[in-house]
Ligand binder design. Structure first.
Ligand code: NAP
Length: 253
């Protein structure tokens, strides 16, 4: 039986760093999940034959069923599941189409829970799940409302799952980074560079997340900056924090 890691969004900025970290572990294969076959091909070319491409659109029910079917037929020993794929649209909630809303919920929330439930039967003591949440889960965040609400869902879901799976020896970690320097971020607005306070490299987030999950933590917060934000979100009224945020984004909305 092969030991495997499943990493969604493996071709993206943070996903690739998780692939690098997973390759350092005693795992036979990394199932790299994403939509773009060309990028999956580059990933395999860069990281070698231990990387297996699994083309899957996580917002597509048939693609998800195929992925679950693959798990059930191969019956691998899943040592790591990293639900990393995510999308985030900025803007006023009323500007979102039905499709925007459903897609974001499908990828950021629904696929995470479904993949956990289909993978857990093939996990054993010492296996780990990392679900990528965000510092935006700490408080309501206007103009990335749906994204932040979805990430709060992921954080809560993951920490509860960790408690439920304790008796099986499976650790679940909600990874809560602040801004990460990846293609997900719109770096310019109206010709001006956008400021991202406390931005860090994806490598730093992945290394810290893997370290925290190996230690059995149910949450991973990477930098001092985000730890401070987390602390403030516990002691200050969220109305104040939303005002500070709104002031910070007034040039962009
Ligand atoms: N960047 C930040 O500032 C930041 C901060 C906090 C948390 N995060 C979270 O970190 C995670 C990784 O983000 P990132 O910054 O690395 O983003 P990214 O560079 O945009 O990568 C996103 C990845 O998700 C995949 N993906 C997108 N839609 C998909 C779909 N429908 N089905 C399957 N795969 C899909 C993409 O591959 P394909 O396009 O080929 O499918 C890509 O591999 C996300 O959950 C994000 O919410 C990011």
């Amino acid at each position: 039986m092969s030991s495997i890691a499943i990493i969604t969004g493996a071709t993206g900025g943070l996903g690739q760093e998780f692939v690098k970290e997973a390759l350092k572990e005693n795992i036979d294969e990394i199932w790299a999940v994403a939509r773009n076959e060309k990028k999956l091909g580059y990933l395999k070319a860069e990281f070698g034959d231990r990387v297996c491409s699994v083309r899957c659109d996580l917002s597509n029910t048939d693609d998800l069923s195929n992925l679950f079917g693959l798990i059930e037929t191969q019956r691998p020993d899943i040592r790591l599941l990293i639900n990393n794929a995510g999308i985030g649209k900025m803007g006023a909630s009323m500007e979102f189409t039905d499709d925007d809303i459903l897609k974001e919920i499908d990828i950021n929330c629904k696929a995470v829970c479904l993949l956990c439930n289909h993978a857990i039967p093939f996990m054993s003591e010492g296996s780990r799940i990392l679900n990528i949440s965000s510092a935006s889960s700490f408080q309501p965040v206007p103009y990335i409302n749906l994204y932040a609400a979805g990430k709060a869902f992921v954080r809560s879901y993951t920490r509860s799952l960790n408690a439920e799976l304790k008796s099986k020896g499976i650790v679940c970690t909600a990874v809560c980074p602040g801004w990460i320097d990846t293609d997900m971020l719109q770096k310019e607005y109206n010709g001006k560079p956008v400021k991202f306070p406390g931005i860090v490299s994806p490598g730093r987030v992945a290394v810290q997340a893997m370290r925290d999950s190996a230690k059995g933590k149910d949450m991973s917060v990477c930098s001092l900056f985000v730890k401070y934000e987390h602390f403030l979100s516990k002691i200050l009224p969220h109305k104040w924090l939303m005002k500070i945020w709104m002031n910070g984004i007034k040039d962009y909305v």
